[in-house]
Design a binder for this molecule. Structure first.
Ligand SMILES: Cc1ncc(COP(=O)(O)O)c(C=O)c1O
Length: 422
């Protein structure tokens, strides 16, 4: 079914939060959008790209540089649902915001995960959470606005949120806070120009899950000051529910929280490019106009697969959680207490980090040298903001055998650096 194309001029009316002690900002952004020289996310992948070149040339590489279980595939039932949909002739345009079935599935899933009751009309499908984040940024932000990011952040955030003309304001996690969010500092970054605050739980790269009491203060401040709270929840299902605090049940959250999710990590579906945004109705209405010009709807067979995954497959996220816990224990066993690198493990999410500052190398130099000498690819976090200059991210998404080999190689490499420094 083809839906009529709405008047795109309505997009000019970007959505402002309802509670308004924060006047609607106008004007041109002051200076460049942010302090990231390129403003692009590509720099972050230099080591990973080099590792891919080596692998293509036939060299043995262990990839700890990417947040996907490359050795695993999407559960068969989900694949079969998509194949059956294609064979059944499901080849046509659909509603741009997603079919009623998939939106209903997202609404129910969102309620199970967050406790927040939402209507299917508040849920819109996108080509992955990344596409959803970009759409939200386009719908809410304009030149003159500020968006507050906790740094280190997922590498695409600065470009994603400043493409609208808004300015990124970074609040850097500090070692003295245990690399955890300091809410006083976060809230102090809100100014009359602030239009949105972005949180990601569990966070990439640090793995932090926020405290309920912190979220209460954040929601209350956002409501009072008329700031949207954008929650990136792509990793939320990788945390045991009892360890995951979310803002959705906090008074006022219904009006200001915008949630972005996907099946990428929870159901081993990174390549399907399927995600969603759940938003207050009037934001959802604006997003619908954007969807019309951004993608005109996502693929029918993908929506069938997502509907099946969300309605029927609670087992895969459970299996992934168990695998991550097992691998996390192995990394602890092999990398904790190393003389020249310091393991930082939040206990949650898909990653752990190494602080390499004692090696005298930057994260990028450490990772490049590690790759050349051992064939292990880790991700330097400089692309995640300046706070990541001496942090490398290790993905727990590889099987235990490869993970242990990689950890042994990292440990030996670190010791060799230490010996060199003596
Ligand atoms: C924090 C974060 N947000 C969003 C994304 C994008 O997810 P998707 O594959 O659903 O687009 C990623 C991917 O790694 C991520 O780490």
């Amino acid at each position: 079914m083809k839906t009529p194309i709405p008047a795109l001029s309505s997009l000019a009316d970007r959505v402002a939060p309802e509670s308004h002690s924060n006047p609607s900002p106008h004007g041109i952004p002051d200076g460049t959008p942010d302090g990231n020289s390129s403003g692009l996310a590509d720099d972050a992948w230099v080591v990973h790209t080099r590792a891919m070149e080596k692998a293509r040339a036939g060299e043995a590489v262990i990839f700890l540089s990417i947040g996907q279980e490359s050795n695993e595939t999407t559960p068969n039932e989900i694949v079969e649902t998509a194949v059956a949909s294609l064979h059944a002739g499901d080849h046509h345009y659909n509603e741009v915001e997603g079919t009623p079935e998939v939106r209903e599935a997202v609404a129910n899933y969102h309620q199970r995960l967050t406790g927040q009751h939402v209507a299917a009309s508040q849920c819109l499908m996108y080509c992955g959470a990344q596409n959803g984040l970009f759409a939200v940024a386009q719908a809410l932000l304009e030149p003159g606005n500020e968006v507050v990011l906790s740094e280190p952040y997922y590498t695409t955030y600065p470009a994603c949120f400043t493409a609208s003309g808004a300015t990124a304001k970074r609040v850097t996690l500090r070692a003295e806070d245990g690399y955890r969010l300091n809410v006083d500092r976060l809230l102090a970054a809100i100014t009359p120009k602030t239009r949105a605050l972005v949180l990601n739980t569990p966070n990439n790269p640090m793995g932090e899950c926020y405290k309920q009491s912190d979220l209460e203060r954040i929601v209350s401040a956002c409501v009072e000051r008329g700031v949207w709270l954008i929650m990136d929840m792509v990793y939320a299902e990788l945390v045991e529910p009892e360890n995951l605090a979310l803002p959705h049940g906090i008074p006022g959250a219904d009006d200001i929280v915008i949630s972005v999710g996907s099946v990428s990590k929870s159901h081993r579906m990174t390549g399907w490019r399927a995600g969603w945004v759940v938003a207050p109705q009037r934001v959802a209405n604006t997003l619908r106009h954007l969807s019309t010009c951004m993608h005109y709807g996502i693929s029918s067979f993908v929506m069938k697969a997502v509907t099946h995954a969300l309605n029927h497959d609670t087992e895969t996220p459970r299996i992934i959680r168990a695998a991550l816990a097992e691998r996390r224990a192995l990394v602890q066993q092999h990398l904790a207490g190393q003389p020249s690198v310091n393991l930082i493990d939040s206990g949650q999410g898909m990653f752990v980090l190494l602080d390499v500052s004692h090696t005298q190398l930057t994260a990028k130099a450490f990772a490049l040298s590690l790759l050349e000498k051992t064939g292990v690819s880790v991700l330097p976090c400089d692309g995640f903001g300046a706070a990541g200059r001496y942090l490398v991210r290790i993905s727990l998404a590889v099987d235990s055998l490869n993970l242990v080999s990689a950890c042994n190689a990292i440990a030996a490499f670190s010791v060799s650096l230490n010996a060199g420094a003596d």
